[in-house]
Write a protein of this length. Structure first.
Length: 179
């Protein structure tokens, strides 16, 4: 089995700025700088033998290239449940369009549909029992964070696997968007 997802990789300069946002929240496990990305469609665990089907489906996706702007930070979840801190994405029809194209290509190829609404975000940290007051301050202090426009000319199929010190994301293949 292999754990897969489709994502946009972010340029090093953008990842550096995102990583620079970190700190000051007790109980936060910050995303390793090389792992910062924007998921387009989570696939999950599949048999290795299905990789060619996924590859073919993604290679058939045609969608226009676009610019991405990261905008603000926020959190999913609240209270003592495990939460995440994220950087948000400025409203972007082309990104939703790409998500839809990937979704329908995968469903046509026989994979189960994603039931959850697409909420584009870059995960900055996972929170474990972080005091809400500190999380709230982190978010307020970085409310003006913006990065981009970032030209997006392709999307990527990645493998997620456990590494020695946390998860490792390996890009398997890039798929071009239309110029
Ligand atoms: P997250 O960062 O919000 O956890 C690789 O794990 C990527 O797939 C991450 O961006 C992760 O989002 C996302 N992901 C993991 N499990 C998921 C799920 N069940 N549904 C949707 N996305 C998921």
């Amino acid at each position: 089995m292999i754990r897969l997802f489709v994502a946009l990789e972010l340029p090093a300069a953008v990842r550096e700025r995102l990583a620079g946002l970190g700190g000051g929240v007790p109980g936060a496990r910050w995303t390793e700088i090389n792992n910062l990305h924007l998921t387009v469609r989570f696939i999950g665990e599949v048999e290795n033998g299905l990789i060619p089907d996924i590859d073919e489906a993604l290679a058939g996706v045609s969608a226009p290239a676009f610019d991405l702007v990261l905008d603000g930070v926020g959190q999913f979840g609240s209270g003592s449940r495990s939460r995440i801190l994220w950087a948000g994405v400025e409203r972007n029809e082309a990104l939703f369009h790409l998500n839809q194209k990937v979704e329908s290509a995968l469903v046509r190829a026989g994979f189960p549909p994603e039931e959850r609404r697409y909420t584009p975000h870059v995960t900055l940290a996972r929170l474990h029992n972080s005091p809400q007051e500190r999380v709230g301050r982190f978010i307020e202090d970085r409310g003006l964070f913006r990065a981009g426009p970032i030209p997006i000319g392709h999307f990527t199929l990645l493998e997620s696997r456990p590494g020695r010190s946390g998860v490792v994301y390996d890009p398997l293949r890039d798929y071009p968007l239309e110029p």
